[in-house]
Design a protein around this ligand. Structure first.
Ligand code: SF4
Ligand code: SF4
Length: 377
């Protein structure tokens, strides 16, 4: 059976219009019927970095609010849970929720915010790369899980959507450990699919009202795309969204891997589209992140590829002028490749595995993504 993906236009985060739109997705995909009164419904937004909604780094609080109200309409209890990339503690989470605009929103709507920060190690019997991992408790104990990704590019894996958003269920500094275990983007993408397949979100809704293009997931530019996507399958949703943004079929290892395992479709032509017509929703000029491999390298003779790949792989570079020496990049680095010298971050490229956690976590956005001049395109 074809997976169903619902698409809708939504030019801004206006409360009533947004609620009606999202409610339409709940209706079309049978979600109102699946949520029973009294169920605990966990909402998993993307709150990767403590930032204001206007920056388009995190799932907008108005978007999460509209989803939560739909859950309440069905009689469910809303619990919002997330673990960003750095240290994971009750104080950190309270500050994150406050800075991202979630605290007042949750209080006014009667939603709970998860700040206990408890996690458990679990085994992933069907994992192909990742067989054991820690997961934040509400994601294991929920009655129903709603995945609320932000539509963004991603420097390491190309695109950050519904499948990648489930990585946030891994507590704080254990994320860099996984980067360390799987430094190549292909292996890391497989581990992301392992985690998403284990967690099995029941419903995914993508906030593409304000998206991010360029060097996402935190250092790119906001692009007001004005659309929302939804599906019971995170894989089908990602394939559709990536297709609308012009990513060629099979070019994103995470989605190619999902299709290989039979979890999702290869192309959005294999899905059943509901809601509004995709006509006019395509964003062909959406700027990509400076990704770590290219078609050009794949076409070189085999013996040249390792050297070309090494030379062409982008690397992080700290702009000394803007660095305030806060150390957040060093905290998130899985290789301990960053030291603080003279109050500024310094990267040891010998140890660096190009995971771009430092780029993601720098609150000043001064860790850039660079490529050798010969390989600039
Ligand atoms: S320096 Fe940055 S890109 Fe390199 S390993 Fe550390 S966090 Fe990853
Ligand atoms: S590079 Fe960014 S995260 Fe690292 S110390 Fe400087 S300001 Fe802080």
């Amino acid at each position: 059976m074809r997976e169903r993906v619902w698409l809708g236009r939504c030019p801004d985060y206006d409360g009533e219009a947004l609620f009606e739109k999202i409610s339409g997705a709940f209706e079309a995909l049978g979600v109102y019927d699946s949520i029973k009164p009294g169920m605990t419904v966990v909402l998993k937004p993307n709150l990767i970095q403590s930032s204001k909604p206007q920056a388009a780094i995190c799932t907008h609080p108005a978007f999460t609010q509209a989803v939560g109200k739909c859950v309440q309409r069905a009689g469910g209890k809303v619990l919002i849970a997330e673990s960003p990339g750095g240290p994971y503690s009750p104080a950190v989470m309270k500050a994150f929720f406050r800075n991202c605009g979630y605290t007042d929103m949750a209080e006014s709507c009667g939603f709970s915010l998860y700040t206990d920060c408890k996690s458990r190690e679990v085994s992933l019997p069907e994992g192909e790369r990742c067989r054991r991992v820690s997961i934040v408790e509400p994601f294991l104990e929920r009655d129903f899980l709603i995945d609320l990704p932000k539509l963004k590019t991603h420097c390491m894996v190309g695109y950050s959507g519904a499948v990648k958003n489930m990585f946030g269920a891994v507590p704080g500094l254990q994320k860099p450990e996984l980067h360390c275990r799987f430094p190549e983007k292909e292996d890391f993408s497989k581990a992301l699919v392992d985690i998403c397949a284990f967690l099995r979100p029941d419903f995914s809704l993508m906030d593409g009202v304000w998206a991010m293009e360029g060097d996402g997931p935190t250092g790119g530019l906001r692009r007001d795309i004005g659309f929302i996507g939804a599906s019971r399958s995170p894989y089908a949703l990602d394939v559709c969204m990536a297709g609308l943004l012009g990513f060629p079929e099979g070019s994103l290892p995470m989605l190619a891997e999902s299709a290989r395992r039979g979890l999702g479709p290869k192309s959005f032509t294999e899905t059943e589209l509901l809601g509004e017509s995709p006509e006019g929703l395509q964003v062909a000029d959406f700027k990509r992140a400076r990704a770590s491999s290219t078609d050009f390298i794949d076409r070189l003779p085999g013996f040249l590829r390792p050297a070309a790949k090494k030379l062409s792989t982008p690397y992080p570079r700290v702009q000394k002028k803007g660095c305030v020496g806060c150390g957040k990049c060093a905290e998130s680095c899985p290789q301990k490749a960053i030291s603080m010298e003279g109050g500024r971050a310094v990267i040891s490229y010998k140890a660096c595995i190009r995971c771009f956690c430092c780029h993601e976590m720098c609150p000043r956005h001064v860790v850039g993504v660079k490529r050798l001049g010969l390989f600039q395109w």
